[in-house]
Design a protein around this ligand. Structure first.
Ligand code: HEC
Length: 170
């Protein structure tokens, strides 16, 4: 865990030094970087508010969709991230915030109650593709949206929802 944090800080510092002069660059190019580093609890204030370089890229959304299954995010968060052992990423509730950089950090650094850190396993550009996909959920741009979202709820009665034994599915 400590190594991950150090790597993340080194990464942020590296990016910061390259991009410091491009803060006012056109949208879609280098992300604006602020001086703070590391995970900072609380609101966005003080958060290193990076923006997703793939935010509006339809191909990246498709790739993010594939990666979500490829890395088995769906195993914990549900097939279309509707929730499972891990929380829903489709709903409007965010434990750790829904800013691009907060979702990035949730994935890269992990979160304390059962979310693994993927920063050493998934290249940064793929993490951004996952962020883009997650943020496209419930929008018309979402690739391969669920047909019936209700079926994805844990314990949902859908005939072809994968029912796993759990306290919610007696
Ligand atoms: C082993 C199960 C597991 C896997 C695999 C997993 N997650 Fe999670 N994830 C969780 C849990 C549990 C939480 C909630 C952690 C907490 O509350 O501290 C979480 C939290 C998150 C959050 C923060 C949600 C919020 O409301 O702020 C995001 C984003 C996320 N996961 C994305 C992903 C992505 C993308 C992948 C695949 C690369 C993935 N997760 C794989 C279990 C998992």
């Amino acid at each position: 865990m400590r190594l991950t944090v150090i790597l993340a800080i080194v990464g942020v510092l590296g990016v910061a030094s390259c991009n410091r002069s491009t803060r006012s660059a056109a949208q879609g190019s280098a992300a604006p970087i602020q001086a703070n580093v590391g995970p900072i609890p609380g609101g966005l204030e003080g958060v290193n508010a990076r923006l997703n370089p793939y935010a509006t890229d339809a191909v990246a959304l498709q790739d993010g969709r594939r990666l979500f299954d490829w890395y088995n995010c769906s195993g914990c968060h549900g097939g279309h991230a509707g929730g499972g052992m891990g929380p829903s990423l489709r709903d409007e509730t965010w434990i750790y915030g829904n800013h691009d950089s907060q979702i990035f950090d949730s994935i890269a650094q992990g979160r304390s109650k059962g979310m693994p850190a993927w920063g050493t396993k998934i290249p940064e550009d793929q993490i951004w593709q996952l962020v883009a996909y997650i943020k496209s959920m419930r929008t018309p741009e979402e690739p391969d949206p669920p047909v019936e979202p209700a079926d994805e709820m844990v314990g949902g009665p859908g005939p072809d929802s994968p029912v796993e034994p759990s306290p919610h599915n007696p």
